[in-house]
Design a protein around this ligand. Structure first.
Ligand SMILES: [Zn+2]
Length: 136
Protein backbone atom coordinates (compact mmCIF):
# COMPACT_ATOMS: atom_id res chain seq x y z
CA UNK A 1 0.00 0.00 0.00
CA UNK A 2 0.97 3.59 -0.41
CA UNK A 3 3.40 5.39 -2.61
CA UNK A 4 6.62 3.74 -3.77
CA UNK A 5 9.50 6.00 -4.66
CA UNK A 6 11.26 4.76 -7.79
CA UNK A 7 15.00 5.25 -7.98
CA UNK A 8 17.69 3.61 -10.06
CA UNK A 9 20.26 1.37 -8.44
CA UNK A 10 23.07 3.66 -9.63
CA UNK A 11 21.53 6.80 -8.07
CA UNK A 12 20.90 4.97 -4.80
CA UNK A 13 24.51 3.75 -4.77
CA UNK A 14 25.81 7.24 -5.59
CA UNK A 15 23.97 8.72 -2.58
CA UNK A 16 25.27 5.97 -0.29
CA UNK A 17 28.84 6.44 -1.57
CA UNK A 18 28.65 10.21 -1.06
CA UNK A 19 27.36 9.71 2.49
CA UNK A 20 29.94 7.06 3.37
CA UNK A 21 32.78 9.32 2.22
CA UNK A 22 31.83 12.26 4.47
CA UNK A 23 32.07 12.89 8.21
CA UNK A 24 29.61 15.74 7.76
CA UNK A 25 26.01 15.39 6.65
CA UNK A 26 25.82 15.42 2.86
CA UNK A 27 22.77 16.72 1.03
CA UNK A 28 21.32 17.16 -2.40
CA UNK A 29 18.19 17.48 -4.49
CA UNK A 30 15.97 14.73 -5.86
CA UNK A 31 14.75 15.63 -9.34
CA UNK A 32 12.08 13.78 -11.23
CA UNK A 33 8.39 13.45 -11.85
CA UNK A 34 5.69 12.27 -9.46
CA UNK A 35 7.26 9.51 -7.39
CA UNK A 36 10.12 8.74 -9.78
CA UNK A 37 13.63 10.05 -9.12
CA UNK A 38 15.40 10.76 -12.41
CA UNK A 39 18.48 12.48 -10.98
CA UNK A 40 20.15 13.38 -7.70
CA UNK A 41 22.08 16.64 -7.57
CA UNK A 42 24.68 17.01 -4.83
CA UNK A 43 24.58 20.36 -3.00
CA UNK A 44 27.03 21.93 -0.61
CA UNK A 45 25.87 21.64 3.00
CA UNK A 46 26.00 25.28 4.08
CA UNK A 47 24.78 24.75 7.65
CA UNK A 48 27.22 26.20 10.23
CA UNK A 49 27.33 22.85 12.10
CA UNK A 50 27.35 20.39 9.21
CA UNK A 51 28.35 17.38 11.33
CA UNK A 52 24.84 17.27 12.79
CA UNK A 53 22.69 19.45 10.52
CA UNK A 54 22.21 20.18 6.87
CA UNK A 55 21.11 23.15 4.82
CA UNK A 56 20.99 22.88 1.05
CA UNK A 57 23.04 25.43 -0.83
CA UNK A 58 20.28 27.91 -1.75
CA UNK A 59 21.90 28.82 -5.06
CA UNK A 60 21.66 25.21 -6.25
CA UNK A 61 18.04 24.99 -5.09
CA UNK A 62 17.19 28.28 -6.79
CA UNK A 63 18.76 27.11 -10.05
CA UNK A 64 16.89 23.78 -9.92
CA UNK A 65 13.54 25.48 -9.28
CA UNK A 66 14.15 27.92 -12.12
CA UNK A 67 15.07 25.03 -14.44
CA UNK A 68 11.89 23.21 -13.39
CA UNK A 69 9.76 26.24 -14.20
CA UNK A 70 11.38 26.35 -17.64
CA UNK A 71 10.24 22.78 -18.32
CA UNK A 72 13.00 20.78 -16.65
CA UNK A 73 12.51 18.02 -14.11
CA UNK A 74 10.63 18.92 -10.92
CA UNK A 75 12.29 19.09 -7.51
CA UNK A 76 10.43 16.25 -5.79
CA UNK A 77 12.51 16.19 -2.64
CA UNK A 78 16.02 15.95 -1.31
CA UNK A 79 18.43 13.66 0.41
CA UNK A 80 20.81 13.98 3.32
CA UNK A 81 22.85 11.75 5.58
CA UNK A 82 23.17 10.95 9.27
CA UNK A 83 26.90 10.22 9.70
CA UNK A 84 26.47 8.73 13.18
CA UNK A 85 22.75 8.01 13.19
CA UNK A 86 20.09 5.94 11.50
CA UNK A 87 17.97 6.38 8.40
CA UNK A 88 15.08 7.54 10.62
CA UNK A 89 14.24 11.25 10.42
CA UNK A 90 15.48 13.15 13.47
CA UNK A 91 13.38 15.51 15.54
CA UNK A 92 15.50 18.26 13.98
CA UNK A 93 14.40 17.05 10.54
CA UNK A 94 10.76 17.06 11.66
CA UNK A 95 11.05 20.59 13.02
CA UNK A 96 12.52 21.79 9.71
CA UNK A 97 10.12 19.92 7.43
CA UNK A 98 7.05 21.46 5.88
CA UNK A 99 4.12 19.10 5.32
CA UNK A 100 4.51 19.64 1.60
CA UNK A 101 4.58 16.04 0.36
CA UNK A 102 8.28 16.24 -0.49
CA UNK A 103 10.29 13.03 -0.54
CA UNK A 104 13.18 12.73 1.88
CA UNK A 105 15.88 10.13 1.39
CA UNK A 106 18.12 9.64 4.42
CA UNK A 107 21.43 7.80 4.10
CA UNK A 108 23.07 6.19 7.12
CA UNK A 109 25.16 3.16 7.98
CA UNK A 110 25.61 2.08 4.36
CA UNK A 111 21.94 2.22 3.40
CA UNK A 112 19.09 4.58 2.60
CA UNK A 113 15.44 4.94 3.57
CA UNK A 114 12.76 7.14 2.05
CA UNK A 115 10.17 9.27 3.78
CA UNK A 116 7.49 11.73 2.83
CA UNK A 117 6.85 14.94 4.74
CA UNK A 118 3.14 15.04 5.51
CA UNK A 119 0.69 16.44 8.02
CA UNK A 120 0.12 14.03 10.94
CA UNK A 121 2.90 11.67 9.84
CA UNK A 122 3.57 8.51 11.84
CA UNK A 123 7.17 9.58 12.69
CA UNK A 124 7.53 12.77 14.79
CA UNK A 125 4.10 13.79 13.46
CA UNK A 126 5.74 14.77 10.18
CA UNK A 127 7.03 11.78 8.17
CA UNK A 128 5.51 8.65 6.71
CA UNK A 129 7.80 5.84 5.53
CA UNK A 130 7.92 5.29 1.75
CA UNK A 131 9.01 2.06 0.13
CA UNK A 132 11.85 2.38 -2.35
CA UNK A 133 11.44 0.63 -5.68
CA UNK A 134 14.92 0.06 -7.10
CA UNK A 135 15.05 -0.01 -10.88
CA UNK A 136 17.71 -1.08 -13.39
ZN1 LIG B 1 18.40 14.42 9.32
Amino acid sequence: MGIRLQISRSLRERIIAEATASLDEICGLLLGEGATVSDAVACANVHPTPATHFELDPTVLFHALRTARAGGPAVIGHYHSHPTGSTMPSTTDAAAAAADGAFWIIAADGGVAAWRAVRDGTVHGRFDPVALAIAR
